[in-house]
Write a protein that binds this ligand. Structure first.
Ligand SMILES: *[C@@H]1O[C@H](CO)[C@@H](O)[C@H](O)[C@H]1NC(C)=O
Ligand SMILES: *[C@@H]1O[C@H](CO)[C@@H](O)[C@H](O)[C@H]1NC(C)=O
Ligand SMILES: *[C@@H]1O[C@H](CO)[C@@H](O)[C@H](O)[C@H]1NC(C)=O
Ligand SMILES: *[C@@H]1O[C@H](CO)[C@@H](O)[C@H](O)[C@H]1NC(C)=O
Ligand SMILES: *[C@@H]1O[C@H](CO)[C@@H](O)[C@H](O)[C@H]1NC(C)=O
Ligand SMILES: *[C@@H]1O[C@H](CO)[C@@H](O)[C@H](O)[C@H]1NC(C)=O
Ligand SMILES: *[C@@H]1O[C@H](CO)[C@@H](O)[C@H](O)[C@H]1NC(C)=O
Length: 290
């Protein structure tokens, strides 16, 4: 009996170590069987098998992961070929930056009816296959700059049922959305007073107190004479560095995307980035580049 308890104690110590060191621990003189057990657990954590509380259906598109209504408090570790992720109706209150970076196939992400209050920078970035992002019915009031980036396939961003705070902090998201809503992203983002975010006007920036010197997109607040002004980086312009090159850039038959770091316009023709899309086929654009 004592031996069994001893083994349990060892196991829990190892579990504790694994959790603390995320599988990078140095095990000296540990039972080989236990090492094997934890090698299996570590392999599972790295490769990401179906989370135990969820159900997964695999086909040649990858894994369809359903974690609907499981009281989850955070995003579980997922199979790296997840293309459909349903986290509808859980208890998720925060998502870390780059949380979905290892899921390049992700096409549909459902986070409806969770407890999110804000979206931090780089939460949804480089998900080039993501088509639909459902964030309905959270409590999101704040969206940080660059929370969304390089979502080149996105057509639906459902932010309805969130009380967005439309003070000056909304303008980074607003300018990102304005550039895309005219192209193809449908969004139902509304301010807490019911105004659609896409219907906010650029000159409403004037109501932001310039003394706060809110500069967007990496701009720095500098003193000029007795005034504070925004010193913009890259190709960002405007009194708050809120205007990217896309506001005036001509992409021909392509869509204009901004390089988030420096505001440079890039045109997307089919799936390649160039300076201008003349309305030719992909092959001739590639030829033209060479
Ligand atoms: C995989 O299953 C999903 C439905 O869950 C379906 O939409 C998709 O087309 C399937 N992919 C293939 C390649 O069969
Ligand atoms: C997922 O991980 C496995 C093993 O590490 C790898 O072979 C595979 O290419 C990865 N798949 C994707 C879609 O990244
Ligand atoms: C949901 O999360 C909150 C903390 O964010 C916690 O207090 C609460 O107990 C959780 N509810 C459930 C059902 O897990
Ligand atoms: C996102 O993609 C760009 C290229 O499209 C790459 O330069 C950048 O490193 C990627 N970001 C991350 C965090 O992987
Ligand atoms: C939503 O968030 C606000 C703070 O931003 C908080 O005061 C309020 O209680 C939250 N509502 C719910 C239903 O969690
Ligand atoms: C809601 O708030 C926005 C941003 O502060 C403002 O521009 C708009 O006029 C307000 N709408 C209503 C109906 O009060
Ligand atoms: C902007 O960033 C992109 C990618 O990092 C780079 O290729 C480009 O040269 C930069 N442009 C300027 C004007 O700095």
């Amino acid at each position: 009996m004592m031996r069994i308890l001893g083994v349990f104690e060892n196991v829990s110590k190892v579990v504790w170590k694994v959790l603390n060191k995320r599988c990078n621990m140095n095990i000296i003189s540990m039972d080989i069987i236990l090492i094997f057990v934890f090698a299996v657990i570590c392999a599972g954590l790295v490769e990401g098998t179906c989370p135990s509380t969820c159900s997964c259906v695999d086909n040649s598109s990858g894994s369809h992961v359903n974690c609907n209504s499981k009281y989850l408090g955070r995003i579980p570790t997922l199979p790296n070929d997840t293309y459909h992720l349903n986290l509808h109706n859980n208890n998720i209150s925060t998502i870390k930056a780059f949380a979905f970076m290892n899921l390049p196939s992700l096409r549909n992400l459902n986070l409806n009816n969770n407890k999110l209050r804000s979206l931090v920078s780089y939460t949804f970035i480089n998900l080039t296959n993501l088509n639909a992002l459902h964030l309905y019915g959270n409590n999101i009031s704040h969206i940080e700059e660059h929370a969304f980036g390089k979502l080149t396939s996105l057509t639906l961003l459902d932010l309805s049922g969130n009380p967005l705070n439309c003070d000056c902090s909304i303008f980074a998201f607003w300018s990102w959305l304005i550039e895309r809503s005219s192209i193809h992203i449908r969004s139902y983002a509304k301010c807490s007073n019911g105004t659609l975010v896409t219907s906010l006007q650029s000159d409403e920036l004037e109501t932001c107190n310039p003394d706060n010197c809110q500069c967007f997109n990496g701009g720095k607040c500098v003193a000029k004479g007795h005034e504070l002004i925004c010193d913009c980086i890259g190709k960002w312009t405007g009194i708050f560095c809120q205007e990217s090159q896309c506001t005036s850039y001509d992409c021909g038959f392509g869509d204009c995307y901004i390089e988030p770091v420096n505001g440079t316009a890039q045109c997307l023709c089919d799936d390649i980035y160039v300076n201008f899309c003349p309305g030719l086929s992909r092959e001739s654009v590639i030829e033209q580049r060479n």
